[in-house]
Design a binder for this molecule. Structure first.
Ligand SMILES: [Mn+2]
Length: 350
């Protein structure tokens, strides 16, 4: 099979077309599946539930189509997600790890090779076509030569579910479990405003297909490390209410982040309780990284578009959930976030 020529043609077609033509119909990603034999599925660093769930579902879809598929992530999967490995193999690649053979790579829940760690560079060097399946705004303008992007979808896993339907492939229990994990990860167990009719309809059919909901809940939320409750308190205690109580800002320094990494504590856990404080419209969590940069995670309650705020530092995401990497000190990042949120609140009318 003339794989390099096929890949080159797909890339050329995308490069030559204008923006609207870079959002091809659903059939295009299906064509990509059709043309290739062996797929490497991957996603962003520190893969979350949507990323891992979508990878799981797509893995089983490709297998059902008679293809070879390998899930290789830049980081190992977190302990709370290890139930997925009952039915689905996950690998993580360090710089020297040999990769399985593949003639096509698919990025899930992200669109840029720069977000895939060092694995991203290796994918670029491999020269294979890159497909993107994602629900983030603007992802059709990322590194995918073929994209299936729908920013109205609640989760990337929902997009993979649609592909099953399009191809008339029945959902197996492991695939259903993957889609379910995606949905609950990105809707906060159906609490956020992105939990739309498609999400609830899918949830119903996924449970009917055999998803063990309580097993997933227990795996994700009832295996807390004994020290993590103390760390949760410490992380929450860093928060301050600013801008008249409309911004909740928490700042986690390197020492706290270091201890969090040792006990598999996810600092983003504090975002939701902070968002529940009456009067808070934006939550910002600044995390100091070991390379000296600061990762800011932003959540909005109503009218403020936090994706636009994240864009100030080259980040992105969704209107109500976004993030960015800031190349500055923790104190400078906190001050910059406060200034941008103030600007956004004023622009939103008050
Ligand atoms: Mn997602």
């Amino acid at each position: 099979m003339a794989v390099p020529a096929t890949g080159a043609r797909v890339v050329a077609a995308a490069a030559a077309s204008n923006d609207s033509a870079r959002t091809p119909p659903l059939t295009t990603i299906l064509d990509l599946f059709d043309r290739h034999r062996s797929f490497l599925l991957t996603g962003h660093e520190n893969p979350d539930g949507d990323c891992l769930g979508a990878e799981t579902a797509l893995f089983h879809l490709l297998k059902a189509l008679g293809k070879q598929a390998h899930i290789v992530n830049p980081d190992p999967i977190g302990r709370s997600f290890d139930f997925l490995q009952r039915h689905t193999p996950f690998a993580s690649a360090r710089a020297e790890t040999p990769l399985p053979e593949f003639d096509c790579a698919i990025l899930l829940d992200c669109c840029q090779l720069s977000r895939v760690g060092h694995l991203g560079q290796r994918l670029q060097q491999s020269g294979v076509p890159i497909g993107v399946i994602d629900h983030h705004v603007g992802s059709e303008n990322g590194d995918g030569s073929v994209c299936y992007v729908d920013a109205t979808a609640a989760a990337t896993g929902a997009l993979v579910r649609r592909l099953f339907r399009q191809l008339d492939v029945p959902l197996t229990p492991p695939a259903a479990e993957g889609v379910f994990l995606s949905l609950i990860a990105d809707t906060g167990w159906f609490r956020y405003s992105n939990a739309d009719a498609e999400v609830f309809a899918m949830a119903s059919e996924l449970v009917a297909a055999g998803v063990d909901v309580s097993l997933i809940y227990d795996s994700l939320f009832r295996r807390r490390h004994p020290q993590s409750t103390a760390l949760l308190c410490e992380a929450l205690a860093t928060h301050r209410l600013l801008l008249g109580g409309r911004l909740a800002l928490a700042v986690l320094d390197r020492s706290l982040m270091d201890r969090a990494s040792h006990i598999d504590f996810d600092p983003d856990e504090i975002l939701e309780p902070l968002r529940s404080t009456e009067g808070v419209e934006v939550v910002a969590l600044c995390k100091e990284r070991f390379d000296g940069t600061v990762k800011v995670s932003l959540r909005a309650r109503r009218d403020v578009d936090v994706q636009a705020i994240a864009g100030v530092w080259g980040g992105g995401g969704h209107k109500k959930a976004a993030g960015a990497t800031m190349k500055m000190s923790l104190a400078a990042a906190a001050a910059a976030v406060e200034a941008e949120v103030q600007r956004a609140l004023e622009a939103a009318g008050g």
